[in-house]
Design a protein around this ligand. Sequence first.
Ligand code: ASP
Length: 324
Amino acid sequence: MNRKSFIQRSSLGISSLLISPSVFAKKTIKNSKGVASFTPFALATWDVQRAVSTAGKALDQGSNALDASIQGAAIEEADIHNTTVGKGGTPDREGEVTLDACVMDAKGNCGAVLAVQNITHVAALAKDVMEKTPHVILAGEGARKFALEQGYQAENLLSEESKKAWQKWLKNSNYQPEINIENHDTIGMLCFDQQGELSGTCTTSGLAYKMKGRVGDSPIIGSGLFVDNSVGAAVATGLGEEVIKTVGSFLIVELMKQGKSPQEACEIAIQRIVEKQKGKPDFQVAYVATNKQGAIGAFSIHKGFSYTIYKNNKCQNIDSKSIF
Ligand code: ASP
């Protein structure tokens, strides 16, 4: 299939999205101060309904988009049974859990932390980097030290469950990123608030059994997350190396700026990755995006990816379309 027919074929599915895109972001109500406000919504990679509902309810109560997305992500970061984000995350091949996160707000401000040990809430930490330092990125020990100075508690992030799985993995030490399993469960969360502003968060423990010091796309602004409040926002999950090579989230937002729908933009960005491979890729990448009008797009290389939307007190998990 050539690129044009791919785009034509896969775009046919847009109308089948369960929530009608066109009704999302209309001005619907006035808030208590009589200022026109928008119907907020929260959107995230994977089936994380508790996290997305938490963000969505915060938005309903007037939270700004950035804080709501961090609050939602924090639910997964604190969940010891989620082995791909925060506490309980799968360790690197030396048995250490290292976390990556970034945030980006409606003004284009951003912050990120890379390869942080012992700190659970790295999305909030990324916001602190953005707001309380002159920098955008803090890595490793510097990020950990900054967190402790800010009052974050040092915690052991390696759960018994993750430790056992790592010890089992050590027997063969076979490193092969897998498709659609728990080592591709980065939480990318996009929120649209009552003021009509977009922001996002991306948080992960990265690939299972990665090399020490490996950092993927998730904390890299433009790769794992990008927000342009005048256009839209996008987040990624999957094999970070491939997302970085195509600056995936930035690409999607730029495509939307040029007039593509979020669905078309996600499909082109996935195709950009796939066309460089010889044959069917043995890895997964998936994107979720929204534009300022509230239209939603999602697309992945392989089936098995899903995303979650909260709007008007309703939370839905939806299977994404995919190439294969
Ligand atoms: N994108 C993440 C990374 O490469 C992995 C994931 O989505 O699970 O670190």
